[in-house]
Design a protein around this ligand. Structure first.
Ligand code: KIV
Length: 266
């Protein structure tokens, strides 16, 4: 099977087929996500919280994102790898945005990038598009704006806020985004945006009417417990499985059961 491209994203929307996306941050999990047939892997700056143990995503650096994107790219055969632009890698201007987005493609094996925002980053999206860097925009709850938003809250709840998000979606499309991530917005609003734009929408906490869905892998497999948003569905509890394995190992070493004769050299 050939690598998934942005054309496949557009084709899926046209054919009414759902696009699947998950995050991953390293080689072994990227292999699992790819082998399971997921269309796209987002190397999200959520790694700051689920891998680095940070309070929010703001401290994550470009070099860290490049490092993790390289690990993911090595584990992938088919999925599209999308690098997430960290806080202050694109807000500071168009030249910074293009230079940093280019690093994901040039150094880390990604075929697209994602940035947070719509209207306020339209110039950056336009410039990336001119540089042949496919870009996904991200509107609704944008975690890099946690301080302005006063927390991780559902967005677009009033008519005025909903209207603003529809306008943001149009601007992002007009600027040249190939896809639009919608985070934590009411399902009716996500449906409306999905119908209004010709580019695919990928939802997280945005209901079932988006063209595709994304979740944070560590939420899906039960590896992150600090908080579980309402929109998450946990499909496994790997933390419990890993904890049991490590406890069993400790007990066997303490009792002298491991290593046995079979696991020893003669
Ligand atoms: O950083 C991230 O993982 C994200 C999520 C919304 C998928 O942006």
């Amino acid at each position: 099977m050939p690598k998934i491209t942005i054309q496949d994203f557009l084709k899926k929307k046209a054919e009414g087929k759902k696009i699947t996306m998950l995050t991953a941050y390293d080689y072994p999990f990227a292999q699992i996500v790819d082998e399971a047939g997921i269309d796209a892997i987002l190397v999200g700056d959520s790694l700051g919280m689920v891998v680095q143990g940070l309070e929010n995503t703001l401290p994550v650096t470009m070099d860290e994102m490049i490092y993790h994107t390289k690990l993911v790219s090595r584990g992938v055969k088919n999925a599209m790898v999308i690098g997430d632009m960290p806080f202050m890698s694109y807000q500071t201007g168009v030249a910074d945005a293009v230079r940093n987005a280019g690093r994901f493609l040039k150094e880390a094996g990604a075929s697209a990038v994602k940035l947070e925002g719509g209207a306020e980053v339209a110039d950056q999206i336009r410039a990336m598009r001119r540089s042949d860097i496919p870009v996904m925009a991200h509107i609704g709850l944008t975690p890099q704006s946690v301080h302005r938003m006063g927390g991780y809250k559902v967005q677009g709840k009033t008519d005025e806020a909903a209207g603003r998000l529809i306008e943001e979606a149009r601007i992002a499309e007009e600027a040249g985004a190939f896809s639009l991530l919608l985070e934590a917005i009411p399902l009716g609003l996500a449906k409306k945006i999905t119908e209004e734009v010709s580019i695919p929408t990928i939802g997280i906490g945005a209901g079932p009417h988006c063209d595709g869905q994304v979740l944070v892998l560590h939420d899906v497999i039960g590896m992150f417990e600090r908080f579980v948003p309402k929109f998450v569905k946990r499909y496994a509890n790997l933390k419990e499985t890993a904890l049991k394995a490590v406890r069993d190992y400790r007990e066997e070493v303490e009792k002298g059961v491991f290593p046995s004769e079979e696991t020893s050299f003669k």
